[in-house]
Design a protein. Structure first.
Length: 102
């Protein structure tokens, strides 16, 4: 199964008082190749706007939050995966993550 080749892009915790972040703009599109350290999106918090970076190399397979969406810390923004990971595996990963399974 390809779940070990799927990396969640989640709302990071940038400060002690931060509880959520709002997507300002995606800097890459679904289907784009990304490398670890690439800036993926602008995220606004109560105090600042910063860039969420990729923590894996692969393809941005899904954008799960759109411009203006506000998510809590750890909220699922998108997914990076190897190109050979099936859509079914991606869907299962999302369902498991949203159900609280990691």
């Amino acid at each position: 199964m390809g779940r070990e080749r799927i990396t969640a892009v989640a709302v990071p915790k940038w400060g002690l008082s931060m509880t959520e972040g709002t997507v300002k703009a995606w800097l890459v599109e679904e289907g784009d190749a990304v490398e670890s350290g690439d800036e993926l999106l602008d995220l606004e918090t109560e105090k600042a706007v910063g860039q969420v970076e990729a923590f894996a190399t692969g393809i941005l397979r899904r954008q799960l939050a759109g411009e203006g969406d506000t998510l809590p810390i750890g909220g699922l923004l998108g997914l990076i995966a190897d190109p050979d990971v099936s859509d079914e595996e991606i869907d299962a990963f999302i369902a498991e993550r949203r159900a609280g399974g990691g």
